[in-house]
Design a protein around this ligand. Structure first.
Ligand SMILES: [Zn+2]
Ligand SMILES: [Zn+2]
Length: 287
């Protein structure tokens, strides 16, 4: 069936100056933060990096909301989505729609961050120009109808930046400006680049287990800085699998956390590709 909604090419000439200015300021703040090291600031950085990028982006936005690799109670889903907003990578519905487009049109001109556009484009250029992460209502309704039905997610989608303001206020109260620079400024910038490395690096360098129709790769290095999201060739081969690292050597912190959530009764119906069976049909419903 043909798509009813026309997805425009991700590369148009519209330049998003607001994004360019905000991203530049964050980079300046992040560089300045390096001169204000303290163990307390580092601890706040690590804590919020884990909350925003592992629980929020990897587990929440990506494996749960985009691919529905497992189920959680609604309050858990909304909490993970809230954590995702803290990464300042757009709201849950825009992010999920962008990522579903990446899987639907991988490496074509409709892929929002196609590596065909070059490394710079796939990494960061795509957020400055063209459709970027700004998805029209019709496209979100077409690609994320499940999320559009949820009012809390719609509110978070419109006001995704609020959680970062809140995090800034809390950090300021605890540790002053330098903690804000570490736990919001530097942490957001590191979180951006590590997430973007999945789009650039693991579509360029690394090893391939599966002969997918795209150039996706597995990278230990990228998995190490993204809590397991760097097993990207595995992921393109079996997108719904909540497990990305398929052997014990392919360390996947997000998968370990999903298993821990299962033990706590917070995750059910987990889809996980079984490498030994070597068949897609082995995606199994866990009890
Ligand atoms: Zn990809
Ligand atoms: Zn994905």
């Amino acid at each position: 069936m043909q798509n009813v909604i026309e997805i425009s090419s991700a590369k148009s000439n519209k330049i998003h100056w607001n994004t360019i200015i905000a991203v530049s300021l964050f980079h300046i703040g992040a560089a300045a933060a390096l001169f204000t090291f303290s163990w307390q600031n580092l601890a706040a950085f690590v804590l919020l990096w884990w909350v925003a990028n592992s629980l929020g982006i990897g587990l929440g936005y990506h494996r749960l909301l985009t691919h529905r690799g497992f189920k959680t109670p609604k309050w858990v889903e909304f909490t993970l989505a809230f954590f995702g907003t803290m990464a300042l990578q757009s709201g849950p519905i825009s992010w999920v729609t962008t990522h579903r487009l990446h899987h639907a049109f991988t490496e074509t001109d409709k892929d929002p961050h196609s590596p065909e556009g070059g490394l710079w484009w796939a990494h960061i250029g795509w957020i400055f120009k063209g459709t970027a992460q700004i998805q029209p209502e019709a496209v979100m309704t077409r690609y994320s109808p499940d999320l559009m039905k949820e009012r809390p997610l719609r509110v978070m989608n419109d006001y995704y930046w609020l959680s970062s303001v809140l995090a800034g206020v809390v950090c300021f109260a605890i540790g002053g400006w330098t903690m804000v620079m570490w736990a919001v400024g530097l942490r957001t910038v590191i979180g951006w680049h590590t997430t973007w490395l999945v789009n650039s690096w693991t579509h360029t360098w690394g090893s391939r287990r599966f002969e997918t129709r795209d150039t996706s790769t597995n990278s230990f290095l990228i998995a190490a800085v993204t809590f397991g999201e760097g097993w990207h060739n595995n992921h393109h081969a079996y997108p719904r699998s909540a497990r990305h690292g398929l052997t014990w050597k392919e360390f996947d912190i997000n998968w370990i956390q999903i298993k821990a959530m299962e033990k706590l009764g917070l995750a059910t119906e987990i889809y996980a590709y079984d490498l030994n069976a070597k068949e897609e049909t082995t995606l199994r419903k866990a009890a």
